[in-house]
Design a protein around this ligand. Structure first.
Ligand SMILES: [Zn+2]
Ligand SMILES: [Zn+2]
Length: 275
C-alpha cells in the first residue's frame, strides 16, 4: 500500500512508454493521489500489474481514459478479471471513457469472447465530454480535446490547495492544449516522435523539442516527458539537461509530490520559481 502525505497532490508514473512492449516499461498509466483518493489516468498494457504493486486497483476512486488506443486502455480487460466472473461486487469501479469509448469497450467485450455484461458487472462506465467538470472526492477534473488520429482528450486534475497536474495525452502541436496547461504545477507532455518526418501530415504526436516548447509556452512549473520509446531515454536526458531542471523524462516508478507555490510574504502574490 502506498503512503500519501495528507494535503499534497502526488503523481506516481506506472508506465510512460509507447505502444511497443518493453520488459520494464508499461504503456501509459499515471496514478494521481490526494490523501485517500486515488485516480488512474490511462490503463495501457502492463499498467494493471504495475499498479498492483502499490495498491488494490479495486480501491481506486476512479479511472479515466483519454482515448481508445490500445496503449491507453487495453489493461481495463486485465483489471476486470480482478472481479468475480459472475455477479456484481458491492462497489463497481467508476470508469470514465471519452465520447465513443463505450462502443469501443463493447466491441472489446466481443473480441475477447466475453458476455455482454462483462465490463458493466465490474465497472460503472460513463463517458465524459469536453465541457464536463467532474469531481472525484476532493479532486476536480477538466478535459481538453487534443490533436490525434482518433478523438482524444487531455485532462487537468486540480487539488483543494489549488495545485494542478495536467496530462496532454496523445497530441500533436495544439494551441488549445497550451492554454489548457497554462501554469500547471506539473505537466505530463507526450513526445512520441523522434522526428516530425515520422508523423502523419495531420499531426498526432510531438517531438521532444515540440513537447518542451509546449511546456515552456504553457509556463508549466515542472514538466515530465512521457510516451516515449525507452531506448531514447539517454537522448532525452541530455536534451533536458540542456534545457533546465524543470523538465525531465519520466520513468516508470517515478513519484512526484506537488507543493503549492510559495507565497511572497506581504504581497499575497505567488512567487514564480525560475523553471
Ligand atoms: Zn494514441
Ligand atoms: Zn499512445
Amino acid at each position: 500500500m502506498s503512503v500519501v502525505l495528507p494535503g499534497r497532490l502526488r503523481l506516481t508514473v506506472l508506465g510512460c512508454s509507447n505502444a511497443v512492449p518493453h520488459p520494464d516499461a508499461p504503456a501509459s498509466g499515471y496514478l494521481v493521489e490526494w490523501a485517500e483518493t486515488a485516480i488512474l489516468l490511462d490503463v495501457g498494457q502492463g499498467v494493471a500489474r504495475r499498479l498492483e504493486r502499490l495498491m488494490d486497483p479495486r480501491t481506486l476512486a476512479a479511472v479515466f481514459v483519454g482515448h481508445m488506443h490500445a496503449d491507453h486502455y487495453l489493461d481495463l480487460a486485465g483489471m476486470r478479471y480482478l472481479y468475480p466472473w459472475a455477479g456484481r461486487p458491492p462497489r463497481r469501479l467508476p470508469v470514465h471513457l471519452p465520447p465513443g469509448g463505450r462502443a469501443r469497450l463493447d466491441a472489446l467485450t466481443v473480441a475477447i469472447s466475453e458476455r455482454p455484461t462483462f465490463f458493466d458487472d465490474a465497472f460503472e462506465i460513463a463517458e465524459y465530454t469536453s465541457d464536463d467538470v467532474l469531481r472525484v472526492g476532493p479532486l476536480t477534473l477538466r478535459f481538453q480535446r487534443s490533436r490525434h488520429y482518433v478523438p482524444a482528450w487531455g485532462v487537468s486534475i486540480e487539488a483543494p490547495d489549488g495545485t494542478r497536474i495536467v496530462y496532454t495525452g496523445d497530441t500533436g502541436p495544439n494551441e488549445e492544449m497550451v492554454d489548457f496547461a497554462c501554469d500547471a504545477d506539473l505537466l505530463l507532455v507526450e513526445a512520441a516522435l523522434r522526428s516530425t518526418a515520422d508523423d502523419d501530415p495531420e499531426r498526432g504526436h510531438l517531438t521532444a523539442d515540440e513537447a518542451v516548447d509546449l511546456a515552456s509556452r504553457a509556463r508549466a512549473r515542472a514538466a515530465l516527458i512521457v510516451h516515449y520509446d525507452p531506448t531514447r531515454r539517454a537522448d532525452l536526458e541530455a536534451m533536458c539537461d540542456a534545457t533546465g531542471p524543470w523538465v525531465r523524462p519520466a520513468i516508470a516508478g517515478l513519484v512526484r509530490t506537488v507543493s503549492p507555490r510559495p507565497v511572497v510574504a506581504g504581497s499575497g502574490a505567488p512567487l514564480v520559481l525560475e523553471p
